[in-house]
Design a protein around this ligand. Structure first.
Ligand code: BMA
Length: 369
């Protein structure tokens, strides 16, 4: 009897243990996607590139931010750029030390914020490794060097520069491995490579590679980083805003539902307010419909008006369009002294930005903590 009893207990124990084994822990990628879905019900987040790094009147101070200095709160989303990591450089193409990027990514995650990362690797065919053109921006050797339209083809497996590009991807991977908390938890990141690919100003642009080559490029990088265990990356696909960005066009180079977590567009105002508003409206409508059909999160992954040439822009132009759509966030590009897209305390758009901040729909750090 006792034996039988013990046997039953033993079996029950084993079953419980097996049952426990089948409980798979969610990845940081899944948790991030769920969090973005939940937050989207509340409104749309504001994001700013390189926000804690430098502003119009300061650089590399601790805990500073032009956005915080204008409205008292950090952006909910911070963007960081890894161009240069492929060269083994110490600083990014925007002169930001990579060690500092690691620190700020972890700090923003730990304060409850969302992180997104872009990568503008140099041109693997025309750049000179260890050469004298490091820091030189346009165009020779950079991501913007479109002088040769065989770059993508040549870095794919069997291509002449595949080996070099493997090294570049490994350097990227080594950096991404630094994005973890002190107790070893991987930081979730919206990772957005190969963007604005339906234009032709980057070496991975539309006229520089075929649809198949583009997809192979995407897959090569994603498969490499997946194999390296980065289940904390939420992959974002974001072509540039354009008058012909239809659903079909969006789909043409789309890597596939199994590969993408977030769909976006990059859209700046380079011309008139009217043109920008109508194009953004049209593109966001398409994007949000696409996101719904494919079960993805939508975002305006880059936007802005250079130097806030119209100081009312935040509330007169941007806000009325974006608040019509269920986007997760919008991100304005960096505050570089020659070209800035975020607010700054000394500039005339600051009061308008504060009104934008006050809106119930806009989410900053304190709204998502
Ligand atoms: C561009 C410009 C460049 C910068 C690049 C990558 O839009 O801001 O100055 O180097 O993005 O961040």
């Amino acid at each position: 009897m006792m034996k039988q009893y013990l046997y039953i207990i033993g079996v029950a124990f084993m079953m419980a243990a097996c049952g426990q084994k089948t409980v798979v822990e969610k990845t940081q990628r899944e948790l991030l996607a769920e969090r973005l879905q939940t937050l989207q019900q509340k409104g749309y987040m504001f994001g700013h590139q390189d926000d804690p790094m430098y502003g119009l009147t300061w650089a590399y101070d601790k805990d500073s931010s032009d956005v915080k200095n204008v409205c008292g709160d950090y952006p909910a989303v911070m963007g960081f750029e890894l161009g240069g990591i492929e060269m083994g450089d110490e600083k990014s193409l925007d002169s930001v030390p990579f060690t500092r990027i690691t620190e700020e990514v972890v700090a923003h995650y730990e304060r409850g914020g969302i992180v997104t990362i872009s990568w503008h690797p140099r041109n693997p065919l025309t750049t000179i490794e260890g050469g004298g053109n490091a820091g030189q921006k346009f165009p020779q050797g950079t991501a913007w060097d479109t002088s040769d339209s065989t770059v993508v083809k040549n870095i794919l497996p069997q291509g002449s520069h595949n080996k070099l590009f493997q090294t570049w991807m490994q350097r990227l991977s080594d950096f991404l491995a630094t994005l973890k908390t002190a107790d070893g938890k991987k930081v979730p990141v919206i990772f957005r490579p190969w963007h604005e690919n339906t234009g032709s100003w980057f070496w991975w642009g539309e006229k520089l590679c075929t649809v198949e080559e583009y997809k192979a490029l995407w897959n090569m990088l994603q498969d490499k980083l997946d194999a390296d265990g980065f289940d904390n990356l939420l992959w974002a696909y974001s072509p540039g805003m354009a008058s012909d960005l239809t659903n079909e066009k969006y789909l043409e180079r789309y890597p596939g539902d199994d590969r993408i977590g977030l769909v976006g567009i990059d859209g700046y105002q380079w011309g008139t307010k009217e043109d920008f508003v109508s194009q953004l409206d049209q593109n966001l409508q398409m994007l949000c419909q696409f996101a719904k059909e494919h079960g993805k999160i939508a975002a305006l992954t880059e936007c802005g008006l250079k130097n806030l040439a119209d100081s009312t822009w935040w509330t007169s132009t941007l806000q009325p369009v974006v608040q019509k759509y269920p986007i997760s966030y919008l991100l304005v590009w960096r505050n570089y002294k020659e070209e800035w897209f975020g607010p700054s305390p000394s500039k005339p758009d600051a009061p308008y930005f504060r009104n934008f901040y006050q809106s119930d729909k806009t989410l900053f750090l304190k709204d998502i903590q």
